[in-house]
Design a protein around this ligand. Structure first.
Ligand code: ATP
Ligand code: MG
Length: 284
């Protein structure tokens, strides 16, 4: 019998991101306990779980804002556990924040441009000066990239507007534009649809799918809207009290009784009390 098959399969493409059993503590609080998972290139991977489950903390460990005390974060096969956030951005890890992080006094266009310069120069001031000085040859190329992103996210009509004056839904879209303009390989989205109305949510879901399918970006998304998560995700991971309690295809996750109990808060009598007497048994 040949073993070619098995060895061939194991040599298949390494994951883009591999989080290897990370644990994160804040004093006595264990925000993450031995959480491990991998995300392949081109995946749209969602993380769900109740408030305080550790979702944002996990994203922060990937983006470099937090440093786990145990475990490792590997990106394209490289150990980035101790790499600073700006270095991680430079190698292709982008993100948006749960709470908006735009420069509210600046225009939409400048918010997006500053994002790019920040990546290139690693220095906000240099970036701003460069922008004011203009005229540099590279600027045209920057402009083209930024214009592509503005077109894609349909924010042409507000490009000159001051970011702080926009509706919440539009600001979330501008924040996504800024992250996308950095041309990340992996983009981390922390509740991109929070606080949006139904129409805004549908739009945002479409942008995320297009980013994934047409722009080829690998996406990790935290989101509380289960309808959207189940609709657009390739795979879903569930966190509860800092632990991974499930991971799999959306339909598998929906059917998982532990997930129903921990996250969806469904009253499943059979699950709550395995010894409960069924109505059938009573009447028999
Ligand atoms: N910088 C910090 N210092 C101390 N504790 C923190 C810090 N960041 C997060 N925590 C704690 O870690 C736990 C996980 O928080 P985290 O923000 O990761 O949860 P979450 O799943 O994103 O919740 P939500 O759905 O409400 O956004 C919480 O108990 C939180 O208070
Ligand atoms: Mg959070």
């Amino acid at each position: 019998m040949s073993t070619a098959n098995a060895s061939g399969a194991s040599a298949a493409a390494a994951p883009l991101l591999n989080v290897a059993d990370i644990s994160l503590r804040f004093g006595g609080l264990k925000a993450l306990s031995e959480v491990g998972f991998s995300v392949g290139k081109g995946e749209l991977f969602s993380i769900i779980g109740p408030n305080g489950a550790g979702k944002t903390s996990l994203l922060n460990c990937i983006s470099g804002r937090y440093s786990p005390q145990e475990g490792a974060v590997m990106f394209e096969g490289r150990d980035i556990t101790r790499l600073k956030p700006n270095k991680r951005a430079a190698i292709g890890i982008g993100r948006t924040f749960q709470n908006l992080a735009l420069f509210s006094h600046m225009s939409v266009l400048d918010n997006i441009m500053v994002g790019r310069h920040h990546l290139l120069k690693n220095n906000l001031l240099t970036g701003a000066l460069y922008w004011i000085g203009g005229a540099q040859k590279e600027e045209l190329e920057h402009r083209r990239k930024v214009e592509d992103v503005i077109d894609f996210l349909d924010i042409q009509h507000v490009r000159k507007s001051t970011a702080g004056t926009l509706s919440y839904g539009l600001r979330k879209r501008v924040e996504l534009a800024r992250a996308v303009a950095l041309e990340p390989k992996l983009i981390l989205l922390d509740e991109p649809m929070a606080g949006m109305n139904l129409e805004e949510k549908e739009d945002m879901a479409r942008y995320i799918v297009d980013l994934n399918e047409e722009w080829g970006m690998t996406i990790i998304m935290i989101e509380h809207d289960m309808g959207v998560v189940m609709d657009i995700s390739h795979r879903v991971m569930v966190l509860d009290f800092g632990r991974k309690i499930a991971e799999g295809l959306p339909e598998t996750i929906l059917a998982n009784p532990h997930v129903k109990k921990a996250y969806l808060g469904e009253e499943d009598e059979a699950l709550e009390d395995p010894d409960a007497v069924s109505p059938q048994a009573v009447s028999a």
